[in-house]
Design a protein around this ligand. Structure first.
Ligand code: 13P
Length: 248
């Protein structure tokens, strides 16, 4: 059985006080659930959020990292820096990073390899744009993104990998993929993992859905056979909504 994982991606939101208020509101309730709960915060609040979740079951995540250990990369954050702060998870290859910051599949791959090497658990995001979906390219895109992201990652490396299928057209739009469509793509990703790593790995890796997940659609999404969790944007910014999803 795969343990469900619900991660909040706060994106570029929450000042320190706002962040601490939010974690304070979610941590007690989170202790009552068997779902793994992760908050992927902006870098600026990570160290204080770490202290605030001490003793609770909430796990800490970041939203990005650089693939080099250190050096002249102005404005970037390394895997070692995240480890130093006690970060467990790191989102890699979010579509907003691909779209606005030019991240390619190759860059995503370098980051995934570095995260695994440093003991961070990557949440690797894949997903097609509306244009690609309309041209029936969903499966091709997801295949290319998934397999390139995992190039050079061996079976052992897959222990800590989480994949998030986030159709770009469903992010922040209020449109969700139907739970059946999402499940079909996620089952396909699992099939790709089976081809590459064998059934034991493919049955173990958790694959989330992301894109306008709300308390009102969380149960339906989570009831699908291959969907193991959600990567939540907008609804992760309010305790009540996020907990509504965690308690699907
Ligand atoms: P929304 O839940 O706001 O659609 O965002 C999804 C997302 O991008 C999570 O990474």
């Amino acid at each position: 059985m795969r343990k469900p994982i619900i991660a909040g991606n706060w994106k570029m939101n929450k000042t320190m006080n706002e962040a601490l208020e939010l974690v304070d509101e979610i941590k007690d309730e989170t202790n009552k659930t068997d779902v793994e709960v992760v908050v992927c915060c902006p870098f600026t609040v990570i160290s204080e959020v770490k202290k605030a979740i001490e003793g609770s079951k909430v796990k800490l995540g970041a939203q990005n990292m650089h693939w080099e250990d250190e050096g002249a990369f102005t404005g970037e954050i390394s895997a070692n820096m995240l480890k130093d702060l006690g970060v467990d998870y790191v989102i890699i290859g979010h579509s907003e990073r691909r779209q606005y910051f030019g991240e390619t599949d190759e860059v995503v791959n370098k980051k995934v390899i570095k995260a695994i090497e440093k003991g961070l658990k990557p949440i690797i995001c894949v997903g097609e744009t509306l244009n690609e979906r309309e041209k029936n390219k969903t499966f091709d895109i997801v295949k290319r993104q998934t397999l390139t992201a995992l190039e050079g990652v061996g079976k052992d490396g897959m222990n800590d990998v989480v994949i998030a299928y986030e159709p770009v057209w469903a992010i922040g739009t209020g449109k969700t993929a139907s739970s059946q469509d999402a499940n079909e793509v996620i089952a396909y990703i699992r099939f790709l993992l089976q081809n590459k790593y064998g059934i034991e790995v493919s049955e173990r890796v958790r694959i989330q859905y992301g894109g306008s997940v709300k308390p009102s659609n969380a149960t339906e999404i989570m009831n699908e056979t291959d969907i193991d969790g959600a990567l939540v944007g907008g609804a992760s910014l309010k305790a009540e909504e996020f907990l509504g999803i965690v308690n699907f």
